[in-house]
Design a protein around this ligand. Structure first.
Ligand SMILES: [Zn+2]
Length: 95
């Protein structure tokens, strides 16, 4: 993902500002932690698993794959998967 419109300068202390559009799309707020890794010359910033990746809630987090989601979003995801499974497996007629 290379967006030619987003350049930021590193300040004297080594800090950068993450563009607000990116912070909003990832539900990042002040105090959130980011995992920082180096991969073949690229700096990768990823939200740490301390908030729900879907709604940003910080309480009642549960692992879902390699991400954290809150209990409410997890239930919604599971219900959505169950509906998709029932719809494609032909079990819908049994309901
Ligand atoms: Zn959530």
């Amino acid at each position: 993902m290379k967006d030619p419109g987003m350049y930021r300068k590193i300040d004297v202390l080594g800090r950068i500002v993450i563009p607000s559009e990116i912070r909003k799309s990832l539900n990042l707020v002040e105090g959130d932690q980011l995992d920082i890794t180096l991969d073949e010359g690229r700096i990768i910033l990823e939200p740490a698993n301390n908030s729900c990746r879907l709604c940003g809630t910080r309480s009642d987090l549960k692992p879902f794959g390699d991400k954290s989601v809150c209990a409410g979003c997890r239930q919604a995801l599971i219900a959505q998967e169950a509906d998709a499974f029932i719809g494609t497996s032909g079990l819908a007629a049994v309901r």
